[in-house]
Design a protein around this ligand. Sequence first.
Ligand SMILES: [Zn+2]
Length: 119
Amino acid sequence: MTGHWVEDETPPVILMDTRTPPMWDGVSMEWLDWTPPLTGFLCANNDLLKTSICPKCRHPWQPWWTRGHENGWKLKHHSRLQVDLERCGWCNLTLAISRWESQEPQEWVLDENDYKEQP
Ligand SMILES: [Zn+2]
């Protein structure tokens, strides 16, 4: 393997694009605050930390992270839908892993349309 970026390159400390999708599959969503990239303590048991590179900007893939649930899920103590977002701090490429209950997780790349209020 060649072309690996500098290992100790640290991602931006401020996330420029903090948008999250207001709706997902027609469900109104609420989101946690963005969590900064986990750097400096690589743990073999944490599958969030893959030693890979961003497919868009080729920086190390050290994404910011947030999780969304169905709006009002805390009152119901239940969310049918859980969506994890991983966003590159350099180029804002955002991957989403969505899980409807009892279904296999699906992976997506978000685009501008995902941040619009839907009818
Ligand atoms: Zn990137």
